[in-house]
Write a protein that binds this ligand. Structure first.
Ligand code: PLP
Length: 469
């Protein structure tokens, strides 16, 4: 915002009108914050007033697919392009349809707390991850060899692993890997004065690592740096890292949030006033990170989301809680079945009491509003698991090749069950050495459990295991 400029009376008129819109939006936000999770997911910030007065009564958010907004006159244009009024100007910067998606995500990630949150949506999950980390990795001095590092769990999606180890290295930034993210001492030992943030993914893809977000956030904040969490697998229906102390959440909207599988996108959702003592590019960056990213680096770098995709995501998001509940219940049953199977060496699923992270996951992973459904909070441990097949990589391939319903695809979060062998797909590029560090062996099958009946999923798994002879 250009606060210092002397405004003409024409521009000032638009600013005054804009303030009324801002006030109405703030009131709508506060009103929605008092609603239950499902109500927020269904309606978000699209109000009946907006439908009736501004959108011909359309009960679903309209798809605004025009590239740009026209202005009444040059005063409104000046006010809009200086960000002095709510405006969308040009679809790379903002768009009315993506706006609705951003605010529903901000509300859901802050659900159950008084915290103020904001969001920006991107063209993919990787665009969200890159847009979230880049602002913290800028040089703070003129020195050509200024050392810049960040500390990340090694148990992360293969694309993020490549982004951190290859793309960031190309720019002279060093990632320091934490092999076992539940070990806080390892994180602490790797932080120094040049560390810019901590990064974790949980539950992680594919080996379902988990850690104590609260403790990790406290550690980050003791060092004056933010904690960034990829919460794609859990979604806000099960876990809300911001409410546990994290500063920024990244989501791949291409996954569980759009379980129907018809959208690609990502999101950055942040708390107001995040902790970043070393890097403050502008006061707005720490005051309201997601909005600052949207109006500055995002505008200049261009990772924006297609509004039609925003509508696809919004549509799926409305039933997020019930889908996550069904898929997680099914997953629990399948994990128990796999744990008893003679062809399985080990199952990684947070719902199993034998999982080393079960106790912590039980504390943090609770289905939103489940206490209203059944009188007490209900734990759900997501749709994602992985298991190691006895007999090595070739045996795992034989099992997976026997599936007739469970798709072989590099995908997760789907309403349809999907399996992959990460060592030959999602985590192939990072190479053998990095897979050993991240504990991704060749016999590991990652299994995303969908909403089919569990009997049919088990029958298909049986078909796979029958190939072992
Ligand atoms: C946990 C996680 N985060 C981020 C991503 C990247 O998302 P996208 O494919 O939308 O770029 C993925 C993709 O598989 C993922 O599994």
């Amino acid at each position: 915002m250009n606060n210092n400029a002397q405004l003409s009376s024409g521009v000032q008129n638009y600013v005054n009108r804009g303030q009324e819109i801002v006030k109405r939006r703030e009131d709508d936000f506060r009103r929605m914050k008092r609603c239950r999770f499902d109500t927020i997911a269904v309606h978000g910030m699209y109000t009946m007033r907006e439908a009736l007065e501004e959108n011909q009564g359309s009960i679903i958010e309209p798809a605004y697919i025009a590239t740009s907004q026209g202005y009444r006159d040059s005063d409104e244009m000046e006010a809009g392009l200086a960000y002095l009024i709510p405006t969308w100007c040009y679809a790379r910067i903002a768009n009315p349809t993506t706006y609705y998606l951003e605010w529903v995500l901000a509300l859901l990630e802050g659900y159950g707390s008084d915290m103020e949150t904001s969001a920006v949506v991107t063209s993919s999950g990787m665009a969200a991850i890159t847009s979230a980390v880049e602002p913290f990795l800028v040089k703070l001095s003129e020195a050509a060899d200024e050392p810049i590092n960040f500390v990340s769990s090694a148990c992360i999606y293969g694309g993020a692993f490549q982004q951190f180890s290859i793309r960031q290295k190309e720019k002279g930034r060093l990632v320091r890997w934490v092999q076992n993210p539940s070990n806080l001492q390892t994180w602490e030992a790797l932080i120094d004065d040049n560390s810019r943030f901590l990064y974790a993914e949980l539950p992680s893809n594919p080996n379902i690592a988990f850690c104590d977000i609260k403790a990790l956030a406290e550690l980050a904040h003791r060092h004056g740096i933010p904690l960034i969490v990829d919460s794609t697998v859990a979604t806000p229906a099960l876990l809300r890292p911001l409410t546990l102390g994290a500063d920024i959440v990244v989501q791949s909207l291409s996954k569980t949030i759009t379980a129907g599988g018809l959208g690609i996108g990502g999101a950055i959702i942040s708390r107001k006033n995040l902790v970043s003592e070393k890097v403050i590019q502008a006061k707005e960056m720490t005051d309201d990170f997601a909005s600052w990213v949207k109006f500055l680096p995002y505008r200049d770098n261009g990772p924006s989301m297609n509004p039609l995709h925003a509508l696809m995501v919004l549509n799926d998001l409305r039933t997020l809680r019930s889908k996550v509940d069904t898929m997680s219940k099914n997953a629990m049953q399948i994990a128990q079945w796999l744990a008893e199977h003679p062809g399985v060496e080990q199952v990684h699923y947070l719902g199993l009491e034998s999982d080393p992270m079960h106790k912590l996951a039980k504390r943090d992973m609770v289905l939103a509003d489940s206490e209203l459904d059944s009188g007490k909070p209900v734990n759900r441990y997501s749709h994602l698991m992985s298991f190691r097949v006895k007999g090595g990589g070739q045996a795992a391939r034989r099992v997976m090749d026997g599936f007739e319903m469970i798709y072989r695809a590099t995908d997760l979060g789907r309403i349809k069950s999907v399996a992959t062998i990460p060592a030959i797909s999602t985590h192939q590029q990072q190479g053998e050495e990095a897979r050993i560090m991240a504990d991704i062996p060749a016999n590991l099958i990652r299994l995303n459990i969908g909403a089919e009946h569990p009997d049919d999923i088990i029958a298909d798994l049986e078909r796979g295991f029958s190939r072992l002879g």
